[in-house]
Design a protein around this ligand. Structure first.
Ligand code: F0G
Length: 350
């Protein structure tokens, strides 16, 4: 079997990127679509799959968009890139900047970035700046600075990010041989749901597959698209989607509506419960990534949706390793014993 070549090589003909732009790639994409039969049974669905995007090179789906955005920026002659981030975009931008040999500046909200993301951005060599404020403040600053300084902006307001991210929709359709009936995913800055819809629409327009219904899921404390207005002080345990002014909010709402789906919110407890249940299937994802499953479950439990005979894909956007503290802080430290069989027997009651 041929090895996976990365999303630009694999789906180049369907991606709007100047053909002469040399790909900056870490062979992202090609992530597994893992069946989760117990969760399917619980929700009464015919089948439920997890698109495990945490297995991308920097640990999140952001790499799909970053390969295209950074390739395009370099092709235009950029020598430095910049982004605001709740963490994953930062780590991804830093990785692709390192790969390309250019510098990277990331602005993150103070104290609200999970340890694995911050460590990643630093490890890949980015200049990391904390902002006394939210992601939305950081995004406002990078938008402005990218107009004043020679810094290419690689947030998802950059259309090339979406060009790359839409490839996840192609992969799902290619793996299933059709579009799923439902696609459930977390919504933060709203780029990813927009990108998925672009991808599904493209395959549909080419008469390859049908269209799924989209369920976008926000955290209750950061749900501007559900409330219908910006949230000044978003708060949620799912720090990746702790966003009050989504840059692509309008497009996300349009995509959900066009698909005959919707955008809903779920409380943090439901997100954490879904995270535990996914881990119970052997899939450890970060809290935000569990929002899709939490949302599907909420819809089914409230009787708003029947999944009988339907197939569902939950997009799990980032790896659990990104946010170890959320797990370790809620469990007691493992027991410590002296290195003797007697002590181990004692502990196990043997
Ligand atoms: N899931 C994870 C793990 C994320 O990191 C993000 C966004 C989302 C879902 C939501 O995707 O913004 O396209 O709606 N993270 C951005 C970041 C904001 O800076 O890493 P979205």
């Amino acid at each position: 079997m041929e090895s996976w070549p990365g999303v630009i090589e694999r789906y180049g003909a369907l991606i709007d990127l100047p053909p002469e732009a040399p790909p900056i790639t870490l062979l992202e994409g090609g992530t597994p679509l893992v069946p989760a039969p117990r969760l399917a049974a619980e929700l009464g669905a015919d089948a439920l799959y997890v698109k495990f995007e945490g297995l991308n090179p920097s640990g999140s789906f952001k790499d799909r968009g970053m390969t295209v955005a950074v390739s395009e920026a370099l092709h235009r002659g950029a020598r430095a890139i910049v982004c605001a981030s709740t963490g994953n975009t930062a780590a991804s931008a830093a990785a692709y900047a390192a790969r390309a040999g250019v510098s990277c500046l990331v602005l993150v909200p103070q104290g609200k970035v999970a340890a694995g993301k911050l460590a990643g951005a630093i490890a890949y060599g980015a200049q990391v700046v904390q902002v006394e404020g939210s992601f939305d403040d950081a995004l406002r600053l990078v938008r402005e600075v990218s107009q004043r300084a020679p810094l290419a902006l690689v947030n998802s307001i950059n259309p090339y990010r979406l060009e790359g991210q839409k490839t996840a929709a192609f992969e799902i359709c290619d793996a299933l041989g059709r579009a799923p009936d439902w696609l459930a995913l977390p919504v933060g800055n709203a780029g990813n749901i927009t990108a998925y819809w672009m991808g599904f629409r493209l395959y549909h327009d080419q008469r390859r597959t049908g269209l799924p219904r989209l369920l976008g899921v926000q955290a209750a404390g950061a749900a501007p698209l559900v409330l219908g207005h910006a949230v000044d002080h978003p708060e949620t345990v799912a720090t990746a989607i702790r966003i009050g002014r989504p840059a692509r909010g309008e497009q996300a709402l349009e995509a959900a509506e066009e698909s005959d789906g919707c955008i809903i919110s779920v409380p943090d407890e439901a997100i954490l419960a879904a995270q535990r249940d996914l881990a119970g299937e052997g899939l450890w994802v970060e809290p935000a990534s569990a929002a899709g499953l939490a949302g599907m479950r909420a819809q089914v439990q409230a009787g708003r949706l029947s999944l009988r005979g339907k197939s569902v894909v939950c997009v799990c956007t980032g790896h659990g390793l990104k946010d170890p503290d959320i797990i370790t802080s809620s469990f007691p430290a493992p027991r410590l014993i002296p290195p003797t069989m007697a002590a181990l027997r004692d502990l196990l009651g043997l």
